[in-house]
Design a protein around this ligand. Structure first.
Ligand SMILES: Cc1cc2nc3c(=O)[nH]c(=O)nc-3n(C[C@H](O)[C@H](O)[C@H](O)COP(=O)(O)OP(=O)(O)OC[C@H]3O[C@@H](n4cnc5c(N)ncnc54)[C@H](O)[C@@H]3O)c2cc1C
Ligand code: SF4
Length: 329
């Protein structure tokens, strides 16, 4: 690991100032599970780390007067998994937080760090492979080992988003509260935070070098929701495929349906054809089967990841059954 300066910020304002003063070599650090790994692997060599963990209240999970739940950037996955209000209203989020990685990782991993972690593609993580996403001339996954790679938007870089938290949060219509370079906080749909592979290969989230996520806000209508994943080993592995389903019904008919797939693209992937199949129906078994059949519409498997299509379809089917059996959020 390179030598670096370490700044412990006590406010978001101070963190942002320290990042600006540190120049292009300064990076925000939450628990460092991803960032310190990247430094140890030689992928990043920041001259200054700005810790946000020392900002008082940045890990709070609070319910506002309007009923919106505000999850602080530094809330850990464990804290989210154990928050009663989240469990009651947003079960998909709690299911994702409680099953990501392993208990040790969950005890440290923060929400913002999870959303902003860099890809897990093994070529990306290897110094021996100067691939497209690192400014090189080729994507090694195209003709190489691509079993864990993307099914959609995968002809340039085929890496997938690493964030499990993003999947239910997009399904639940969450917003990211981002402190802009001008020091003003704004809220943007979390779905808009993520950058498709075909748009920009050099970053995964739409944040400038001094912009920071302060919190994630859940203020949308209440939805019945469920999250699930399939992974090689249940104890700690990254998912082969993960998914979240969120549904709102009115008068026995589906008024709003979101089906979001994870580990299939660089962004949380909305299965819009499948969502459309559900809207206006009662969510009966035939409709659910149609939604499952459409869930992977447009998928373009690479040489070694076709298995993800069947796994994702089966997972969506299971989640739809759970969500339609669930009477309340
Ligand atoms: C064995 C193992 C299994 C794992 N399995 C999973 C899994 O199944 N699903 C999953 O989602 N994750 C998994 N992870 C990854 C883990 O969840 C992430 O590494 C962790 O969430 C990162 O959080 P952190 O607080 O340590 O972030 P850090 O490492 O501190 O930061 C990560 C990135 O976020 C940026 N950042 C941090 N805070 C902010 C902020 N407030 N605003 C803007 N940018 C910020 C940093 O600059 C950095 O680039 C696994 C990790 C391990 C080791
Ligand atoms: S999938 Fe993306 S990150 Fe992986 S080798 Fe290809 S360009 Fe690099």
């Amino acid at each position: 690991v390179n030598a670096f300066e370490y700044v412990r910020a006590t406010s978001w304002e101070e963190a942002q100032r320290a990042l600006a003063e540190g120049g292009p070599g300064a990076l925000a650090k939450a628990s460092g599970i991803d960032l310190i790994d990247r430094m140890k692997e030689g992928l990043d060599a920041p001259g200054r780390l700005v810790s946000t963990l020392s900002i008082p209240g940045s890990d709070a999970i609070e319910v506002g007067k309007s009923g919106a739940v505000v999850v602080g950037a530094n809330a850990t996955l464990t804290a989210m998994a154990e928050a009663a209000e989240l469990a009651r209203r947003f079960p998909a989020l709690v299911e994702a937080a409680g099953t990501a990685a392993n208990p040790n990782v969950r005890n440290g991993a923060t929400l913002a760090g999870n959303l902003c972690q860099r890809p897990r593609c093994h070529y990306y993580r290897s110094l021996l492979h100067p691939c497209l996403r690192k400014g090189g001339g080729t994507c090694y996954a195209q003709a190489g080992e691509n079993a864990t790679h993307a099914l959609f938007d995968n002809r340039g870089c085929a890496a997938v988003t690493a964030s499990s938290m993003a999947i239910p949060l997009v399904a639940l219509g969450a917003k990211a509260r981002v402190r802009g370079a001008d020091g003003v906080s704004r809220e943007l749909p979390l779905a808009d935070l993520f950058v498709p592979a075909s748009e920009d290969l050099r970053r995964e989230v739409r944040l400038g070098p001094t912009e920071l996520i302060e919190a994630v806000v859940l203020d949308g209508p209440e939805l019945r929701s469920a999250y699930g994943k399939v992974r090689p080993r249940e104890s700690f592995d990254w998912p082969i495929v993960e998914a979240a389903v969120a549904v709102r019904s009115e008068g026995g008919r589906v008024a709003d349906a979101r089906i979001v797939l994870g580990a299939v693209a660089m962004v949380p992937w909305r299965a819009k054809d499948a969502e459309a199949a559900l809207v206006g129906t009662s969510g009966d078994a035939d409709t659910r089967a149609l939604a499952v059949a459409r869930a992977l519409a447009g998928a373009e498997p690479l040489s070694g990841n076709g298995h993800k299509v069947d796994i994702a379809r089966a997972l969506v089917g299971r989640l739809l059954t759970r969500v339609f059996d669930r009477r309340s959020p």
